[in-house]
Design a protein around this ligand. Structure first.
Ligand code: UD1
Length: 426
């Protein structure tokens, strides 16, 4: 079982390069299924989730090859050879390991007329339903049944329609747009998610021959086409990794240039850091975040983009816990996302949870202790907390962190942190 040993005290200082976004790359990989032939995706992060999605694609009959790009901050080039007739089944062993495997559902049913994808089940950050994926595909004309733990979708040819999402779900928007690109006629998705990863996916789909308008707004219009072509495409930089470095710089009172960080993808988060007392500069190809002295507590409310990202909420709680004053952190996207707070409390944080609110009273430093990473972002938040602790914090179960942060330890060390990967017996 791999752990990180994080020795507190260092300021994060220097430059760090951010490669492509996990939450985009996984969907771009699924989108490649829409066209037979070889697609190439650049700036794909070298993380466990990409390995799992590569396995999903291999089992569907694709050839997948990955090559690291030196000096890219943990990114690389992925080639996907999609057969003329992919197979259409994705097993539970893969979906269970990574829920984003469900994003092959839309492309498969659109291109092959059927798909059999295991149901993902629960998740450590909430129940995460699929109702909007299912009802949207049904409106497009698919018949969907749930049987023996699988979702089975069939549709000889999908037909364009109008779909209103109850909530701007990222995954449902992506699945429905990927299905609609090969449907007959026009599909309008209203109350669509507006995340930069949606814009990225739509850009790749357009480069493959799709006709899409409104990506990045709440109304996405897709005019179906008969076929798509393979593509060469570069993944958008990871705003959550960039945001993690930004918050880490503030927590450790450091000075970090985040190369390829896109300030417009993090407007609310960076404004919060400015309010906490940090210097934030948008550079031509990145963001600089510097902090002198102890940060001030700021309230945070997570919301769909362009709101404060739920994926940075654990880092926001960790930041507030070492700031002056009291912060109210409100989680609106995932009901179970405060679970990791118990771990932060083990480090001496003063946090009280009431429903989807956390009241955080700042303390000068954390007090080191062994803690468990409960999901990707909670793990990253605990590592940042460890950097502000008075000794050596052992973060356990870091396989979660490996799912989302390429070269995390090396990058932290490059910024001057004292962090090591170690192993404990199971
Ligand atoms: C994606 C991201 C995740 C991020 C989240 C919100 C990936 C791989 N993951 O997750 O990191 O935190 O967006 O920005 O891209 N919901 C339903 N029914 C549905 C779909 C969603 O009830 O059919 C609910 C979920 O339970 C959750 C909320 O809607 O409470 C948001 O989920 P969604 O935006 O779909 O997140 P994901 O796409 O799963």
């Amino acid at each position: 079982m791999d752990c990180f040993e994080v020795t507190g005290g260092a300021r994060l200082q220097g430059r760090v390069r951010v490669t492509g976004a996990k939450n985009s790359a996984l969907k771009l990989m699924a989108a490649a299924l829409l066209a037979p032939g070889r697609s190439t995706i650049h700036e794909v992060p070298d993380i466990l989730d990409v390995t799992i999605m590569s396995e999903v694609l291999r089992r569907l009959g694709c050839g997948v090859a990955y090559e690291r790009t030196p000096g890219s901050g943990g990114g690389g080039r992925l080639t996907i050879d999609v057969p003329d007739k992919p197979s259409t089944e994705t097993d539970y062993d893969l979906v269970r390991r990574m829920r984003a495997s469900i994003s092959v559902l839309g492309p498969l049913v659109a291109r092959c007329g059927s798909a059999r994808v295991a149901l993902p089940g629960g998740d450590a950050i909430g129940s995460r339903g699929l109702d909007m994926h299912i009802s949207g595909l049904e409106r497009l004309g698919a018949t969907i049944i749930s049987e023996h733990g699988f979702l089975i979708a069939t549709a000889p040819r999908l037909t364009g329609t109008s779909i209103w999402l109850d909530f701007p779900s990222v995954g449902a928007t992506e699945n429905l747009v990927m299905a609609a690109v090969l449907a007959q006629g026009t599909t309008v998705v209203d109350n669509a998610a507006r995340e930069p990863e949606i814009v990225d996916l739509c850009r790749m789909l357009v480069a493959m021959g799709a006709r899409i308008e409104g990506a990045g707004t709440s109304t996405i219009t897709v005019e179906g086409v008969d076929s798509m072509s393979p593509v060469e495409y570069t993944t958008v930089p990871d705003r959550i990794v960039a945001g993690t470095w930004a918050i880490g710089a503030v927590m450790t009172r450091g000075d970090v240039v985040i190369e390829r960080g896109v300030a417009e993808h993090l407007t609310v988060a960076l404004d919060k850091l400015t309010d906490s007392g940090a210097t934030v500069e948008a550079l031509p190809d990145g963001i600089r975040v510097a902090m002198d002295g102890r940060p001030r507590c700021v309230d945070v409310v997570t919301l769909p983009f362009p709101g404060f990202p739920t994926d940075l909420q654990p880092m926001a709680v960790a930041l507030a816990a070492v700031s002056t004053g009291t912060a109210l952190i409100t989680e609106n996207v995932f009901e179970g996302r405060f679970m990791f707070v118990n771990e932060l409390v083990r480090l001496g944080a003063d946090v009280r949870i009431d429903g989807h609110h956390a009241v955080v009273r700042g303390r000068e430093r954390f007090s080191s202790a062994p803690v468990l990473a409960t999901d990707i972002r909670a793990g990253a938040g605990l590592v940042l907390a460890g950097l502000c602790s008075d000794g050596v914090t052992e973060v356990q179960e870091v396989h979660h962190v490996d799912r989302g942060y390429p070269d995390f330890v090396d990058q932290l060390r490059g910024l001057g942190a004292d962090v090591r990967r170690t192993q404990r017996p199971d």
